[in-house]
Design a protein around this ligand. Structure first.
Ligand code: ADP
Ligand code: ASP
Ligand code: MG
Length: 407
């Protein structure tokens, strides 16, 4: 008998009526003869509420207690889902992360999964039960509760699917699958029947939160078949597959955006060896990740401007570190700008095509949108623009690459 992992996101379990709807998907699959393991998120908004409570309790909180509080949202929905399944005649029982156990490192708030011991779940399944596992949480070797990072229930589902050798991992959410762009911002976005792991990985790491980035990386490495589909319609979803399974490859498959970046410009920085090292070394030591970097040509050979991005949440700390290093570097000014967004076009089809970037720049220029920074990789082009132009840019690019639903 095949085993399928079914994961339900926050909106899909955001109330008892929705839990009942999700439970009907479980019953349908069980009636079709599959063995099922269910993974649930907290009810929509619940994790935000718990995070806010922890913050309100004190700025210097202990990250282990942060996780103890924040993981509780999933505990509630796991129990409620098990109760609902029982009332439908299905023998279900809930599992918290530590009861599986899903063993993680001690990186509280963003813990990495080290091991999943499948014995307890396998025993429950052999007894004919449907395990309902609380997503987003694990346990350290020392027995402390951890969480896997926001959106991490997707990762719980993938690591369980891998450990149990599941035939597929179905991620049920509030949209019908992976779209060419966030359907909330681009009405003409359309659902993709299939997308490659590589493209999905870029889309999520560039901001498309429909799947958690590490869940895609893990599915890709461990050969887990992933499907994204809606809890609310019966429509087939999007399969995440290997490149050779895509019949008609587009040049650009999808467009992602992120509001999480902030820009910093060092104005009038002396143009001499060691400046970049003196700037980025201390940022790395402060555990601040730098993403896009542009250094301008120095017109007089003496001073130059250097612009880069960091995560918005790291901006204040980055500015503190830069103030210290600038005492020796000697830039004239440090200009922070949090009002930027990163827009990325992604497609494995880019590998064999020229002019893909040109089309992006033309489309943005046509709308009078200024590009502040550019970065590229083999299958992605990202630009940084002013946040006010986000929707206009997404729609213009969607049309320019022929992705509009009615094309
Ligand atoms: P869940 O709570 O089910 O995990 P998420 O909110 O994490 O759901 O992810 C689903 C959301 O992802 C959608 O509501 C949609 O707004 C957003 N999203 C962003 N980019 C895309 C995309 N390319 N395709 C589909 N959804 C996307
Ligand atoms: N409840 C967690 C969050 O909101 C995990 C998840 O939904 O995947 O981030
Ligand atoms: Mg999610």
């Amino acid at each position: 008998m095949s085993l399928i992992v079914q994961k339900f996101g926050g909106t899909s379990v955001g109330g008892l009526d929705r839990i009942a709807r999700a439970a009907r998907h479980v019953k349908r699959a069980a009636d079709a003869g599959h063995r099922i393991v269910v993974v649930v998120s907290a009810m929509a908004g619940e994790t935000d509420r718990l995070v806010a409570l922890v913050r309100a309790a004190g700025a210097d909180y202990d990250s282990r207690e942060h996780d103890a509080v924040v993981a509780s949202g999933e505990q509630v929905t796991a129990g409620l889902m098990a109760l609902r399944l029982q009332s439908m005649g299905l023998p279900a029982r809930s599992f918290q992360g530590w009861q599986v156990p899903i063993v993680t490192d001690r990186g509280h708030g963003r813990a990495r999964v080290l091991d999943v011991e499948p014995g307890n779940l396998a025993a429950a399944i052999d007894d004919g039960a449907i395990p309902v596992v609380a997503g987003f949480q694990g346990v350290t070797g020392e027995g402390r509760v951890t969480t896997l990072g926001r959106g991490g229930s997707d990762l719980s589902a993938v690591v369980l699917a891998s450990a149990l050798g599941a035939e597929r991992c179905d991620v049920f959410t509030d949209v019908e699958g992976v779209f060419t762009c966030d359907p909330r911002l681009v009405a003409k976005a359309h659902k993709l029947d299939k997308i490659t792991y590589e493209e999905m990985l870029e889309l999520s790491s560039q901001g498309a939160k429909v799947l958690h980035t590490r869940s895609v990386a893990t599915a890709m490495n461990r050969r887990v078949r992933l499907q994204v589909l809606s809890t609310f319609t019966g429509a087939p979803g999007t399969l995440v597959v290997d490149e050779d399974e895509i019949v008609e490859q587009q040049v650009v498959s999808g467009i992602a955006y992120s509001r999480d970046d902030a820009k910093i410009t060092m104005v009038g920085l002396p143009d001499r060896p060691g400046v970049a090292a003196g700037l980025f070394g201390p940022l790395a030591e402060a555990d601040i990740n730098v993403d896009m970097i542009v250094q301008n040509i120095s017109p007089d050979g003496e001073l130059t401007d250097l612009t880069f991005t960091v995560a918005k949440g790291d901006l204040d700390r980055a500015l503190e570190a830069l103030d210290v290093s600038n005492a020796t570097l000697g830039a004239r000014r440090i200009e922070p700008d949090p009002h930027v967004v990163k827009v990325s076009v992604i497609g494995v089809g880019m590998r064999g095509h020229t002019g893909v970037a040109g089309r992006m720049f033309e489309a943005l220029a046509g709308k009078g949108i200024n590009i502040q920074l550019i970065s590229t990789s083999e299958i992605k082009i990202s630009v940084l623009i002013a946040e006010d132009y986000l929707e206009l840019a997404l729609r213009a690019l969607h049309t320019a690459y022929g992705l509009d639903a009615d094309d």
